[in-house]
Write a protein that binds this ligand. Structure first.
Ligand SMILES: Nc1nc2c(c(=O)[nH]1)N[C@H]1C(S)=C(S)[C@@H](COP(=O)(O)OP(=O)(O)OC[C@H]3O[C@@H](n4cnc5c(=O)[nH]c(N)nc54)[C@H](O)[C@@H]3O)O[C@H]1N2
Ligand SMILES: Nc1nc2c(c(=O)[nH]1)N[C@H]1C(S)=C(S)[C@@H](COP(=O)(O)OP(=O)(O)OC[C@H]3O[C@@H](n4cnc5c(=O)[nH]c(N)nc54)[C@H](O)[C@@H]3O)O[C@H]1N2
Ligand code: SF4
Ligand SMILES: [Mo]
Length: 852
């Protein structure tokens, strides 16, 4: 690791730390920045004023921001700074959270040695074992299922070494049951994209062109708390300098609202009503971009009025393998295939061979006719005139105007439809893939898989997978790589088979998946899951259920198994996760790749040594070479956004165009027409589940419970163990749940009181923060542990010498906020959206609130 460090003189060091503080203060999340004076003292203590600096990337929230870490001669971290790079600082930056890496390695909750469970599952009693013993056990358990590899289930959130982890279990172990986390995160968005583009659309494949936008509408996303990349701040500042306006819809008022020109606080899960009404205004007032719609979409396609089937589909003479369709040519007054028409009509209805026909655009217009701003106003409380104003402003600023994409689309039942209609609005405005609209990232590097670089025996995944089984039983649109909720269902029901080995890396699944109580009960049962192995850095809710716990290194303590790629705004960089420091002396942790490679050797699948740098060398070969990467810390690959309606590559829809009514899905989901279903091929109002349940009328003690990110913590579990984070949250009045003043008064709840929140799945206690800045229907707080009596607050570890160490684990940041997964309905309740791959709907239910 020393070859890529360089030395700094004291002067340079001070200059840099000052710059680091400046870069950090641009960000919105600044827990604590050591002052220059403090650093100076620290640096002076080193004596010779020499500091070694290592470049790497931050993985705290997986944004991979390039950072440089100063380490002294004793191997102690002295500072963290944003790694500047000329010409590329326009979009890249880092937030304040990497300042915590001083604290992370030493967290009390750190797992120090491999552990074997000695108590019952979930009880938190373990004994230390050697790595040799731990690896022997893991190898044995994998061998046990070598002939039935599908009974091995591997789960990991994307990021860190999870690419390696996923490929290992899929291609080396050969199980088809390998899943990421996105059905608890963005799956609602992915499937919305499928309706328009014929392919899944993930949040990272879209890049809102803030810098060139004139009007940005944000609904259900909070860049000041969730995606806390300073990149956003920079872009936003730039757009602001150009006088871009910001309109926000949220359920609570916070920093984002302060930045906005207008901010509307709406009931949870009702954004769909707003976008349907916006669509209604755009169509009724003909505010759409005709040229764009004709050129890039099937808006002019003629369909039969009764069946909505395309009137005629033919092979497209201009586009290989694609179909074309009949349109009404306004230039000649004739029906023609689209490529032959001079001016395809967008709003036409008439007769064709004795049957009524009309254009797709008119069908859409009819579909949303009833969704007037007045209608949406009744649901959301936003005045009709304001909704009309937003629609008109969007059209006036278009195409440099858009409704921003979201990251999390797993909160409410209607999220898929909301995202679909939101995307349709952007298409009607002509702002998909244009300057100032929603754009696409530039080029992306293609990395060879590590298993192509370092030889290892591989095999094809075999057997009936969990998704295949549930697909036959009615779950639709399963995301091939994201089915963690289905794994949970399998654990609970024991179908299609009991799980032999459940191995989890980099994911605190027990805390982050809906139906936690039922899941916990099932995990305790060895007949449902024979072996549970967790690879993690710190004790958390999931580790408590492991039979075998394998301590892994934080990103600053290891070389990454493969290179990473980071993109921000219009830029993309290759980054290497490098070892900056050793883990503390009493921590015997290994990188995930090393653990798995050792197992592969024991299984006789390879004799080679795994060397990440060899893999990087191959991966960066075409992009300037390893030397360059190690010297500079990052290698820029792409510059500039891609402006093209769908990013350029041929679109997999039948027509090769953006389909405002998807021809294939119309065939598949015809039976859903007229229904309030996510599978309805037409834009339709679907009430959120909580509204359906209550008719929208809440009793005095009823609330919808929502958990959101805090800039300081939220899902990244280990962050909540930081004392700095906890203190900062207290200061920011984030350490509790927001409840509306009037509703609190009715229940006799005062600011600072403890409240009891009771849901269908469980209950928890939290501190009330009484405020007007929250919608009266919701009680909302940061996502937290708060598992109450359900989980022990302490783990017990029998050390090698027989002594017992007790570690309090949820003491610091565990008790704030809410965990809707525990409060929520069981796995098979209404909050499982079977239409969208059985993704979760984490916040879509009612709880009862009372003074505790
Ligand atoms: N600090 C921190 N940052 C993170 C992460 C983290 O763990 N911690 N994780 C990363 C990940 S995995 C993700 S997916 C992103 C998520 O990033 P975001 O989606 O931006 O995060 P949230 O804070 O959950 O939600 C955004 C906003 O939606 C609001 N909201 C909730 N319900 C509704 C609603 O019905 N309508 C409207 N209009 N607004 C609503 C919330 O109040 C919140 O202000 O953050 C990423 N960045
Ligand atoms: N109720 C509710 N449920 C939610 C959410 C919510 O807001 N509310 N959010 C949902 C969303 S959007 C997501 S993405 C999922 C996230 O769910 P998870 O993926 O479970 O989230 P993390 O806690 O970030 O899990 C990361 C785990 O990896 C470990 N780890 C080890 N090393 C590293 C490292 O170097 N970097 C990182 N980052 N982790 C490391 C951490 O200790 C932690 O246990 O939860 C989803 N579930
Ligand atoms: S935005 Fe996320 S990845 Fe980037 S510096 Fe902040 S915590 Fe690290
Ligand atoms: Mo997420």
């Amino acid at each position: 690791m020393s070859n890529d460090g360089f030395k700094l003189t004291r002067r340079e060091f001070l200059k840099l730390t000052a710059a680091a503080s400046a870069a950090v203060s641009v960000g919105v999340a600044v827990p604590r920045i050591p002052s220059v004076a403090e650093l100076e003292k620290a640096e002076l203590a080193v004596g010779d004023g020499m500091i070694r600096e290592v470049t790497t990337a931050c993985l705290i929230c997986m944004q991979r921001c390039p950072i440089a870490v100063g380490v002294d001669s004793e191997g102690k971290i002295r500072y963290v700074r944003y790694l500047t790079m000329e010409g590329y600082d326009e979009f890249f930056a880092c937030c304040g959270r990497p300042q915590l890496i001083f604290e992370l390695p030493f967290l009390r909750e750190r797992i120090k040695k491999p552990l074997l469970r000695v108590g019952k599952r979930g009880e938190g009693k373990f004994k230390e074992i050697s790595w040799d013993e731990a690896l022997r056990l893991l190898t044995e358990w994998i061998k046990e299922y070598w002939d039935e590899p599908w009974r091995i289930v591997a789960m990991s959130r994307s990021g860190a070494d999870s690419g390696f982890f996923h490929t290992f279990f899929k291609s080396v172990v050969g199980t088809p049951n390998v899943t990421k986390h996105c059905d608890t995160c963005h799956t609602g968005l992915d499937w919305a994209g499928y309706f328009l583009f014929g392919k899944l659309v993930s949040p990272s494949s879209l890049i809102p062109d803030y810098a060139n936008a004139d009007l940005i509408v944000i609904m259900g996303r909070n860049p000041t708390q969730g995606i806390v990349a300073t990149a956003w701040s920079k872009l936003f500042a730039e757009s602001r300098a150009r006088k871009a306006r910001l309109i926000v819809f949220d359920v609570k008022r916070d920093r984002l609202c302060e930045l906005a020109d207008r901010c509307y606080i709406i009931p949870p899960g009702t954004d769909l009503a707003i976008v349907l009404a916006i669509m209604n205004v755009i169509l009724e007032e003909k505010l759409y971009n005709s040229e764009y719609l004709i050129k890039w979409t099937n808006a002019s396609m003629l369909v039969y009025e009764d069946t909505l089937e395309p009137v005629k589909m033919d092979v497209n003479p201009l586009q290989k393998d694609k179909l074309t369709y009949l349109v009404y040519d306004e230039a000649t007054g004739e029906y023609k295939l689209k490529p032959e028409a001079k001016k395809p009509a967008l709003e036409y209805e008439g007769e064709y061979n004795g049957r009524r026909v009309k254009t797709v655009l008119l069908v859409l217009k009819d579909a949303v006719k009833k969704y007037t701003p007045e209608w949406a106003s009744r649901i959301t409380g936003v005045p009709a005139e304001e909704i009309r104003w937003v629609a008109r402003e969007l059209a006036r600023a278009a195409p440099r105007a858009f409704i921003d994409h979201v990251y999390k689309a797993a909160r409410y039942y209607n999220e898929g439809m909301f995202n679909r209609v939101r995307m349709i609005v952007n298409v009607l405005l002509g702002s998909m893939g244009v300057k100032g609209g929603i754009a696409y990232p530039g080029g992306k590097p293609k990395f060879p898989s590590p298993f192509e670089v370092i030889p290892i025996e591989t095999r094809k995944p075999g057997g009936e997978s969990i998704p295949e089984y549930w697909k036959k039983r009615g779950v639709k649109n399963i995301h091939k790589k994201c089915f963690s909720q289905l794994v949970e269902k399998t654990v609970v029901e024991g179908k299609p088979y009991p799980i032999g080995l459940l191995i989890i890396y980099n994911e605190n699944i027990v805390s982050h998946i809906l139906g936690a109580r039922e899941f916990i009960e099932a995990l305790k049962d060895e007949n449902k899951v024979k072996h549970i192995v967790v690879i993690d850095t710190t004790f958390n809710e999931t580790v408590l259920f492991a039979d075998l716990v394998l301590p892994t290194t934080f990103f600053i303590e290891q070389d990454g198994a493969t290179l990473h790629y980071a993109k921000k705004g219009g830029l993309g960089q290759i980054v290497a996760i490098k070892k900056v420091v050793d883990p503390p002396k009493d921590v015997d942790a290994k990188p995930c790749w090393q653990i798995l490679w050792e197992v592969a050797k024991r299984l006789g699948l390879t004799k080679a040594e795994y060397d990440p740098r060899k893999v990087w060398e191959k991966q960066v070969e075409k992009y300037g070479g390893l030397k360059e990467l190690l010297e500079k810390g990052v290698i820029p690959v792409a510059k500039g956004l891609k402006y093209h309606p769908w990013g350029g590559k041929p679109l997999p829809t039948e027509t090769g165009e953006i389909e405002l009514i998807n021809v294939k899905l119309l065939r598949e989901y015809r039976e859903y027409l007229g229904k309030e279903s996510p599978l309805n091929p037409l834009p339709t109002w679907i009430p959120p589940a909580w509204m359906r349940e209550t008719g929208g009328q809440l009793a005095d003690d009823q609330f919808v419970v929502v958990d959101a990110m805090s800039a300081l913590t939220a899902t990244n579990t280990f962050m909540r163990f930081s004392g700095i984070v906890r203190d900062a949250m207290e200061k920011r009045r984030e350490y509790g749940v927001l409840i509306h003043t009037e509703r609190a008064a009715k229940l006799g709840i005062r600011d600072g009181d403890l409240v009891r929140i009771k849901g269908p799945g469980g209950e928890m206690i939290a501190k009330a923060i009484v405020t007007d800045g929250v919608h009266p229907t919701v009680i909302v707080g940061p996502h937290a542990t708060n598992f109450g009596e359900l989980l022990p607050k302490e783990v017990e570890v029998v050390k090698a010498d027989g002594s017992v160490e007790r570690v309090r684990i949820f003491a610091k940041g565990g008790g704030y906020g809410v965990n809707t997964n525990l409060l929520g309905l069981p796995v098979f309740g209404k909050t499982l959206v079977v239409e969208e791959g059985a993704r979760t709907a984490q916040c879509d239910f009612i709880v009862k609130v009372s003074k505790a």
